[in-house]
Design a protein around this ligand. Structure first.
Ligand SMILES: O=C(CO)[C@H](O)[C@H](O)COP(=O)(O)O
Length: 273
């Protein structure tokens, strides 16, 4: 029998897919991790014709998941320039009150971010453990993908910004050494104090990084500016529709997040327009 957490992930995936899987989808982004398995299961269970749909993976695991479900995987680098994904589904490590997310627990954050940014809508699917008022309330660190040659330099910069003991993520298998991403880069896991939301700053709290206390978007920008960083596992800023209203394409922040709860219900958070 599936554990309560697995049942919660499955319930969230079913509601997210029911509410957001588009009719006649041409391109659908498929994220990484354990929860996304239930999204693919829910897509198959819809019973719609998937033969004309191309599924865009966010890494090796995701590609294998798509293929083993009998769906067509098309990698991001083979998409014609300007291709717009109808929707992208993905999990998250933590989601705050404003729908900002931490991602990268599975080391796929770079591809997850470019897929989200290429989609009209990014939909997050998770279980109740990920639902928090602020980022880094429960989850302990921000995953950051870095060029191996610059890893020590990035560690120093992160300490200067107030990260408490950032570390290079190591393999958990018998293979020794740092974990390598699908880009052959390293992941640095950088703990910080719980992050402030835009509402916290509007209410007068200082999220400038002084004393190591940061507002979500400010910290994301500051980490991205460190030379050697490929991408940051903070997904914040604008949603797809907000970006489109400004003439752009997609956004890294989800428009909606679905959480399977311990009592079997599904709770959701939705972005304001
Ligand atoms: O960001 C991710 C991988 O890089 C995953 O979406 C995140 O870690 C959540 O994974 P899971 O669904 O297994 O809890």
């Amino acid at each position: 029998m599936a554990s309560a957490v697995e049942a919660a992930k499955r319930a969230a995936a079913q509601v997210a897919v029911k509410n957001h899987y588009p009719a006649n989808a041409k391109y659908v982004g498929i994220g990484s991790g354990t929860t996304i398995v239930y999204v693919v299961e829910a897509i198959k269970a819809l019973g719609v014709d998937t033969s004309l749909t191309k599924y865009v993976p966010t890494g090796y695991q995701s590609k294998q998941l798509i293929i083993s479900a009998g769906l067509t995987a098309v990698t991001f680098d083979t998409l014609p320039e300007g291709t717009v994904l109808d929707v992208a589904f993905d999990g998250a490590d933590e989601v705050d009150d404003e729908l900002n997310c931490i991602k990268g627990g599975g080391a796929c954050l770079f591809q997850e971010k470019i897929v989200a940014l290429q989609a009209k809508e990014f939909i997050c699917v998770a279980d109740s453990r990920k639902l928090q008022p602020r980022l880094l309330k429960s989850w302990k660190y921000i995953p950051i993908e870095v060029a191996p040659i610059a890893a020590n330099r990035v560690l120093t910069k992160l300490r200067e910004m107030g990260s408490i003991n950032p570390t290079i993520r190591m393999n958990t298998t018998p293979k020794e050494g740092p974990l390598k991403t699908d880009q052959d880069f390293f992941i640095i896991d950088a703990p910080f104090q719980a992050l402030l939301t835009k509402a916290d700053v509007a209410a007068g709290q200082d999220g400038s990084g002084k004393n190591g206390v940061w507002e979500v978007n400010a910290l994301s920008r500051a980490i991205k500016e460190i030379v050697g960083v490929l991408e940051v596992g903070i997904f914040s800023g604008l949603t797809g529709p907000q970006t489109q209203a400004l003439g752009g394409l997609g956004g890294e922040k989800p428009v909606a997040a679905y959480f399977g709860m311990p009592d079997g219900s599904v709770s959701s958070r939705h972005a304001t327009a």
